[in-house]
Design a protein. Structure first.
Length: 237
């Protein structure tokens, strides 16, 4: 695999990141946060790595962290149940337009939104009552019996993800909350300290765009300068 070398300053001192030129990294330049290709980094950029690796979406890491909480599991189970029931519409012969017309009182304006629920492209409706409306529209008594719980789970999940995203943005921008152990969600008992323990910030000292071939498992990781030199000259570590 082809990589370039990025020298960074870390808490442990000088380190070298071996990263594919087009791998996406999270970069802060001044106050602006962006996802960019590694080859576009310049000196004094700040990059944020996950578990000392350059790959991975930071918000996805936060969500994975959330999923480790025992309190989070029942929410996921209810959302999975919702997705399973919604998928049944795909084989029912009912069109999204028909479902939409039957959902009396809904605020959604497009039948295509229902398609995103059925295909699992989004967790579900923002209005918990739309779960009940949907169940009635497709004559799903099983879902209707659980509509209140599913609606609560979807709403709670949306709130938690939104809070986690906002908190992540403030962390990345360097505007840490005054209380690092503040609650993200009181219902789930999730605290800031439960999240992002694996995310680290690194200041770019220099970048060498010379391509080097390394084993695939080496790409996207930080090394000491000596270990980086070894990786660059040995295809089998």
């Amino acid at each position: 695999m082809t990589v370039l070398t990025v020298e960074v300053s870390s808490e442990g001192g000088r380190m070298v990141l071996l990263v594919a030129p087009n791998d996406v990294v999270t970069r802060r330049r001044g106050v602006e946060l962006q996802k960019v290709a590694a080859k576009s980094l310049v000196k004094e950029d700040v990059i944020y790595l996950v578990d000392h690796a350059a790959r991975g979406d930071l918000l996805a890491v936060v969500i994975r962290k959330l999923s480790e909480s025992p309190a989070y599991a029942p929410l996921e189970a209810l959302v999975d149940f919702w997705h399973g029931r919604a998928r049944l519409v795909a084989d029912s012969g009912i069109t999204y337009g028909e479902v939409h017309r039957r959902m009396h009182g809904t605020s959604i304006s497009s039948a295509q939104t229902i398609g995103t629920w059925v295909r699992g492209q989004v967790n579900g409706p923002h209005d918990p009552e739309d779960v009940r409306r949907f169940a009635r529209a497709v004559h799903d008594q099983v879902l209707l019996a659980q509509a209140e719980r599913v609606g609560w789970a979807l709403k709670t999940l949306q709130i938690v993800h939104r809070k986690a995203g906002r908190w992540l943005s403030t962390q990345i921008a360097g505007a840490r909350p005054h209380h690092d152990d503040a609650l993200i969600d009181a219902t789930l008992g999730l605290r800031v300290s439960d999240l992002l323990e694996s995310v680290t910030a690194h200041s770019v000292r220099s970048i060498d765009l010379t391509p080097h071939s390394v084993p695939a498992h080496v790409a996207g990781h930080l090394f000491t300068p000596d270990d980086a030199e070894l990786a660059l000259h040995q295809l089998h570590l």
